[in-house]
Design a protein around this ligand. Structure first.
Ligand code: HEM
Length: 393
């Protein structure tokens, strides 16, 4: 078990130092030496050093702002299934429905990321998400320390199931790779890079599969869960629904505030690739440092006395102090899909708000729970009616 430090102080200056010292030390690990475990393998999320830098270069350019702008129509298309099924549900049910929204939101997020990754093979690609979700459940344990230290990968029964799922996902991704033509998408970019790097076939296959899995996980689950939290908060605060209907720009603040209260990534983590000292703390080489994001996000000294309240207004004037707001992490390893995620969230939520009035259902049970990311344990239950009058599209 590796040594672990939890940084339970809310010190933006220390977080900045950690990011500067740790993530810029690129180390020397090769792709093959990267940790191999069933969920992430040696993909971008878990690799370090040159292996990480290489993968980041390939993937990041697929999510530059100009590319993201070109994906908005695709996102609008992906939202249609959800919008239509909610409208039909309301009409059939005499003007209102009570639903658990999570599966519909996940289906939207899966559709968007699958089209981005796999282009025209996206329907086949979506089946992979179901398996990755099973895989995520198979490796998740209530004990957070075991989650992060690798203990969960000892060969107990649960792990046999995880490795079995891992094999199935590997096979499915390679099937899509074999079928894929010349069209330009993320899979193709990863493919070209793997084939130009003159490595053994098995290594090239791992490179492709592990990065597809990393993108699936990073891009699908966190965005879907953030959308669910955001709709829960809007259901609880009808005044903010009105404000967003009046002025869609207000939605950015609503999403920022959602990410402050419910950051999908509970921890930003770094490994000390060399001995370090900051904030008076000595960190030996090899130690894993975990910064619990909510410690920063819920500190009244950084955010004021109303820190536990939903108040998107706090983002209207000043941007938060650097390194005190970490929903997408910070430094060299900051989330490379954040522009994409914000576009995806804004597209879906603005379409929903323009068509439906949301109310938190009495069936909703509030229980944020950590399953690698912070999710609503029992899902989000909303009562929906159609928007009347001027805003109806
Ligand atoms: C609301 C949605 C999202 C949230 C809250 C989120 C959050 C995060 C966080 C906290 C990190 C770690 C950053 C650090 O260590 O400093 C991260 C990394 C990453 N995210 Fe996201 N993310 C989201 C959506 C996405 C999407 C849509 C994609 C891609 C399509 C994506 C791709 C990645 C990748 C590849 C990394 C690893 C970067 C690296 O290690 O160099 N994320 N994300």
């Amino acid at each position: 078990m590796g040594n672990v430090v939890f940084l339970h102080v809310s010190r933006p200056d220390v977080v900045r130092d950690i990011n500067l010292c740790v993530s810029l030390d690129l180390g020397k690990s090769s792709y093959l030496k990267a940790t191999h475990e069933p969920l992430f393998g040696g993909g971008i999320l878990k690799s370090n050093g040159e292996a990480w830098a290489h993968q980041r270069k390939i993937i990041a350019r697929e999510f530059f702002l100009d590319k993201v702008k070109g994906m908005v129509d695709l996102m609008v298309d992906s939202a249609q299934t959800l919008l239509k099924s909610w409208e039909e549900g309301i009409d059939k049910n005499g003007g209102t429905i009570d639903i658990k929204i999570d599966d519909d939101i996940r289906a939207y997020s899966a559709d968007v990321i699958s089209r981005t990754c796999f282009g025209s093979s996206y329907i086949k690609g979506k089946n992979i998400f179901l398996k990755i979700r099973e895989l995520q459940k198979a490796v998740s344990k209530p004990n957070v320390l075991a989650e992060m230290t690798g203990l969960r990968f000892f060969p107990i029964k649960r792990n046999k199931q995880a490795w079995e799922l891992h094999k199935q996902v590997h096979k499915l991704i390679l099937e899509i790779v074999k079928e894929s033509g010349e069209e330009r998408n993320l899979l193709r970019a990863i493919l070209l890079s793997a084939s130009s790097s003159k490595v053994e076939l098995a290594e090239a296959e791992n490179f492709i599969v592990d990065n597809c899995k990393s993108i699936y996980f990073a891009g699908y689950e966190s965005t879907a869960v953030t959308a669910a939290w955001c709709l829960m908060l809007l259901g609880l605060h009808p005044e903010w629904q009105d404000r967003v209907r009046e002025e869609v720009q207000e939605l950015t603040m609503v999403i920022q505030e959602t990410l402050r209260l419910y950051p999908a990534g509970a921890f930003v983590s770094r490994q000390a690739l060399q001995e370090l000292k900051f904030g008076g703390v000595h960190i030996p080489k090899g130690v894993n440092i975990y910064i619990p994001v909510s410690t920063m996000h819920l500190d009244p000294n950084l955010w004021g006395p109303d820190v536990k309240e939903f108040n998107p207004e706090r983002f209207s004037n000043a941007q938060p102090q650097l390194h005190s707001y970490l929903p997408f992490g910070a430094g060299a390893r900051t989330c490379l899909g954040q522009g994409f995620a914000m576009a995806e969230l804004k597209t879906l939520i603005s379409l929903i708000i323009s068509k439906f009035v949301l109310k938190l259902s009495p069936n909703y049970e509030h229980s944020p729970t950590l399953k690698l990311i912070v999710e609503p344990e029992f899902g989000v239950d909303l009562s929906l009616t159609r928007v009347q009058g001027a805003y109806r599209h």
